[in-house]
Design a protein around this ligand. Structure first.
Ligand SMILES: NC(=O)c1ccc[n+]([C@@H]2O[C@H](COP(=O)([O-])OP(=O)(O)OC[C@H]3O[C@@H](n4cnc5c(N)ncnc54)[C@H](OP(=O)(O)O)[C@@H]3O)[C@@H](O)[C@H]2O)c1
Length: 391
């Protein structure tokens, strides 16, 4: 049931705390002074050679990057990126200040990072997820920084709960300017292992498609009436790359992508836009149970939330990584080759422990550890080459 959470304010301040860099610099200066004072008096005898610290590839790389940072070019680059960051922050502020932004799945991972960024930029964020305590923590963090947040505990895979959520938000906030459909459910299981698991397909559709659709149907009428609105769907790179073992998940995400493309052409002249984000692999609690992914390159939640902020600022039709776009082009131009590569990936990567029905203690890690033999190494290389895609 959709229930309004009543958050408590918790204050935490980081101002006045010395940063690590400042402390290190201060420590470095005092060590240097001590070294000067303790230099031994000259005796005429040659001093014993001091052991030089060993030069590792890492330390050499650090020296090179320090030299670049200290050069005129490095300083100009840092100044340019500081300007770009501040321009982006202003653009985000202009887009969302005092706007009502709904973020679903805002108590963890990508959604939580989005909520924090949007609130910091001046939005009134309206958060939804199932667990009241996790929502409360997010609201507390936002309010502690002076942001505006309202939380509603609801299960968006339940259509009645979606309706109650929409009704409560419209009653309290009148309209929504930006809807970010982020709450999602992922399942990694081959089709062969799913013949007796029709419910996997129903559950992914229920949250990833029907739940999101219910919210669009709830908030779009006011958007259309006000001739202003933006709907952002957090989809997956899987919709572009069609990885094996994700048929339930990818099909549910693809359904929302397809709906949004059709609806966008109906709403365009009413200034109500859709953006689909084909998110690559992101290191969040969602992927934590799949130990195999520990060895895969993945975005941080902060980097993923920045992709969402790009969508908020620019309102593009699609946000996707180069690899995602390459996957879509490969599917369209060379479907046979694409299928061959994906089939190799299917053979290389193991079924997860849960999908094999091996959920006992210790069994989850059985075949999902770091490379130990040539096949494992091949898996890891494949994952590195196709970084961002999940297998
Ligand atoms: N992580 C990735 O690699 C990746 C890649 C591509 C796309 N995505 C997509 O990105 C989105 C966010 O994923 P994430 O990685 O940030 O996951 P996450 O850290 O697990 O967060 C999921 C959020 O959704 C909420 N949620 C789950 N089921 C819900 C339900 N039935 N009703 C309401 N809220 C629900 C969770 O809170 P409660 O559990 O308290 O409800 C949580 O706040 C998802 O749509 C996912 O498919 C993720």
């Amino acid at each position: 049931m959709a229930t309004r959470s009543t958050p408590n304010k918790t204050a935490s301040s980081t101002s006045g705390v010395k940063t690590g860099t400042q402390k290190d610099a201060a420590a470095g200066r005092s060590t240097a002074r001590a070294a000067v004072r303790s230099r031994p008096p000259k005796t005429g005898k040659p001093a014993p050679a001091e052991a030089k610290p060993a030069r590792t590839p890492r330390s050499m790389l650090d020296s090179v990057s320090q030299a670049i940072e200290a050069s005129a070019l490095g300083k100009a680059g840092a100044a340019a990126s500081a300007i770009a960051r501040s321009r982006r922050a202003s653009a985000l502020g202009r887009r969302v200040r005092n706007k009502h932004v709904v973020v679903t799945g805002a108590s963890s991972g990508i959604g939580q990072d989005c909520a924090l960024k949007l609130a910091a930029a001046g939005a009134t964020v309206i958060l939804a997820a199932r667990t009241p305590q996790k929502l409360q923590d997010t609201v507390d963090r936002i309010r502690a920084d002076g942001g505006k947040a309202h939380a509603y505990a609801c299960d968006l895979s339940e259509m009645a709960d979606c309706e109650r959520f929409v009704a409560a938000v419209l009653a309290e906030h009148r309209h929504v300017d930006i809807l970010i459909n982020n709450a999602g459910r992922s399942i990694r299981r081959s089709v062969r292992s799913s013949f007796d698991r029709f419910h996997d397909y129903e559950r992914t559709m229920q949250l990833n498609y029907f739940g999101a659709l219910k919210l669009i149907f709830g908030f779009a009428p006011a958007m259309l009436e006000r001739q202003n609105g933006h709907i952002i769907n957090i989809s997956s790179i899987g919709v572009l790359a069609s990885p094996p073992r994700f048929s339930a998940y990818v099909a549910s995400k693809a359904a929302l992508d397809a709906f949004s493309l059709c609806a966008a052409s109906e709403f365009a002249d009413a200034n109500v836009r859709f953006t689909t984000i084909n998110m690559p692999l992101v290191r969040t609690p969602m992927i934590a149970p799949t130990k195999l992914y520990d060895a895969f390159p993945a975005l941080t939640p902060d980097e993923a939330a920045e992709l969402v902020m790009t969508a908020v600022i620019d309102k593009p039709k699609r946000v996707a990584t180069g690899l995602g776009r390459a996957g879509a082009v490969a599917q369209a131009m060379a479907p046979g080759i694409s299928e061959f590569v994906l089939n190799q990936a299917f053979r290389l990567f193991p079924e997860s422990a849960a999908a094999r029905g091996a959920n006992g203690p210790g069994q989850a890690d059985e075949s999902e550890t770091l490379p130990t033999d040539p096949v494992d190494l091949a898996r890891k290389l494949f994952a590195q080459v196709f970084g961002g895609v999940y297998w």
